[in-house]
Design a protein around this ligand. Structure first.
Ligand SMILES: Cc1ncc(C[n+]2csc(CCOP(=O)(O)OP(=O)(O)O)c2C)c(N)n1
Ligand code: SF4
Length: 289
């Protein structure tokens, strides 16, 4: 039976501020999952804490809202327990590029087959407007009243350098493009990063829809996402041009065996299907005594 966007729609209505970029992203995630015909009982969305952390409340599939910055390790555990599931991790830029940054880095080396969607609004939304790792230098926020002294993080460059096998960025002002990139990220065999330029209309008055709209442009077919050196250069384009040009699309893509494909315990079948009733665990228990 085909999946539809209605299958993924909950009775509960999203509680984000009117005009928040999360609404478009939410629609694109539901559309991508249904257009890929993934049955909702086979999809899991793990989130951290933040406005972004509420994403899975409003998608009618399995979900787990974990601790701030910990969506990637929770999602990794889910995938390793049952590799037959389609696993998505979601969180804010504070969540993933700040407090969760160690998980962010090491997930690239591991290459577990999952999609990591970062709601990149360059601010802490839920806690009402403190600077995040993506806040621009000089910007006044609740935690930087005299202007931010730190330069922003470069998630795409870090991901490319760290061994991520699918590195992309989208803009919530372009729904169709966002959905198409999400579909490719979810279909990719390996760890796929989708950095989402997602305006926080309430607490970030600098990076607005209009601000991004004037600067983003799509990578076209003349761009080769298999060239790592060119991808790194592209990832630095926004800072090199002082935000005059901000590329969106798939920056880098490579095929590499996933963790699940190489782990001997998981090769044959998902861990949850292993017959453990007859296993003698006495020795393991004694080791802990
Ligand atoms: C360990 C821990 N530290 C701090 C907090 C408080 N806190 C909750 S959400 C948040 C930041 C939210 O910003 P971001 O991750 O960018 O998500 P957004 O709300 O913008 O989607 C913080 C600092 C927390 N819940 N747990
Ligand atoms: S505070 Fe910002 S990110 Fe959070 S719901 Fe409101 S507009 Fe969206």
């Amino acid at each position: 039976m085909m999946s539809t966007i209605q299958d993924y729609t909950t009775m509960e209505k999203p509680q984000w501020c009117p005009g928040c970029g999360n609404f478009g992203l939410h629609m694109a995630v539901k559309s991508a999952l249904s257009e890929l015909n993934i049955p909702r009982e086979k999809a899991v969305i793990c989130t951290g804490i933040g406005c972004s952390g509420k994403s899975n409340h409003y998608v009618n599939c399995y979900g787990y809202e974990g601790l701030h910055g910990r969506s990637v390790p929770v999602a990794s555990g889910v995938k390793l327990s049952n590799k037959s599931l389609t696993v998505i991790a979601e969180g804010g830029d504070g969540d993933g590029y700040g407090i969760g940054s160690a998980h962010f880095l090491h997930s690239f080396r591991r290459n577990i087959d999952m999609t990591y969607i970062v709601h990149d609004n360059a601010i802490y939304g839920l806690t009402t407007g403190q600077a995040s790792p993506m806040t621009q230098k000089g910007m006044k926020t609740k935690s930087t009243p005299h202007g931010n002294l730190e330069i922003p993080f470069h998630p795409l460059a870090v991901a490319i350098a760290g061994g991520c096998t699918f590195v992309s960025r989208v803009f919530t002002g372009d729904l169709m493009h966002m959905k198409e990139v999400l579909k490719q990220a979810i279909s990719h065999k390996g760890f796929a990063l989708v950095d989402v330029l997602q305006p926080c209309v309430t607490f970030n008055k600098l990076n607005t829809f209009a601000w991004w709209q004037q600067r983003v442009y799509k990578l076209d077919s003349s761009y080769n996402p298999q060239n790592k050196t060119a991808a790194l250069e592209k990832a630095f384009e926004e800072s090199a041009t002082d935000y005059a040009k901000i590329p969106i699309g798939i920056f880098y893509k490579e095929e590499r065996p996933t963790y699940e494909e190489e782990a001997p315990q998981l090769k044959e079948k998902p861990l949850v299907e292993h017959e453990i009733a007859k296993e003698n665990i006495q020795k393991a228990v004694e080791d802990f005594l």
